[in-house]
Design a protein around this ligand. Structure first.
Ligand SMILES: *[C@@H]1O[C@H](CO)[C@@H](O)[C@H](O)[C@H]1NC(C)=O
Length: 199
């Protein structure tokens, strides 16, 4: 095997880490089709799901939040609301309605009127099969700067319930000990801000 010389290696690294202006623009904003983690800055936890069903309420797949920044069950993909266009690579606009699909199980972040197990807000589940669910999977991005920027805190408002994706602080016991309840709350406050993280 021929080893690259130091010069060609550093050139390679240089080109890999120098983003064009277009790439910088697209990194600054959350774009359609992209995969991301969602951090709740108030509690410093990340939106999470897994193949574990609620033992109450809807009995659907549970959605929680975890402290770990390194968990493959914390990836979500931005997808169009069915019947709307959301072209891959185009920034998501403030007030745009989208869906968030849990990548590992291909179920959508979902809101409805069941009561959440710990805080008695509204339950949030992961719903549908292979990315296809219903209107409860539609969330409006509430932000202020035109496009959803990675630098800003945003809210996600469920279209069916009008409530905001929220972490109250309540902690589950077994079998998901230490994970936080994720629910939907009817008023905007500090605990329902989210920030886009690692792709
Ligand atoms: C938002 O993104 C669009 C591209 O879809 C761009 O034309 C526009 O300038 C951006 N708006 C802001 C405020 O950066």
């Amino acid at each position: 095997m021929v080893m690259p010389s130091v010069t060609s290696l550093s050139l390679l690294l240089f080109s890999a880490f120098t983003l064009t202006e277009t790439e910088q623009f697209h990194y600054k904003y959350v774009t359609c089709g992209s995969t991301l983690k969602l951090l709740n800055p108030y509690h410093k936890v990340r939106l999470h799901s897994h193949d574990i069903k609620y033992g109450s309420g809807s009995g659907q797949q549970s959605v929680t939040a975890v402290e770990s920044s390194d968990d493959h069950n914390s990836y979500w993909q931005i997808r169009p609301k069915p019947g709307t266009s959301c072209f891959r690579g185009v920034p998501v606009k403030c007030d745009q309605t989208i869906q968030l699909m849990h990548v590992a199980t291909r179920r959508n972040l979902h809101g409805h009127h069941f009561r959440s197990p710990l805080s008695n807000n509204l339950e949030v589940s992961a719903f549908g099969e292979d990315g296809v669910g219903d209107a409860g999977d539609d969330w409006t991005v509430i932000c202020k700067t035109g496009n959803w920027s990675r630098e800003e805190r945003i809210r996600l408002k469920n279209v069916v319930t009008g409530s905001y994706l929220h972490v109250n602080g309540d902690v589950y016991g077994r079998p998901i000990q230490g994970q936080r309840e994720v629910s939907a709350h009817d008023h905007p406050n500090e605990k329902n801000y989210w920030q886009a993280g690692e792709e």
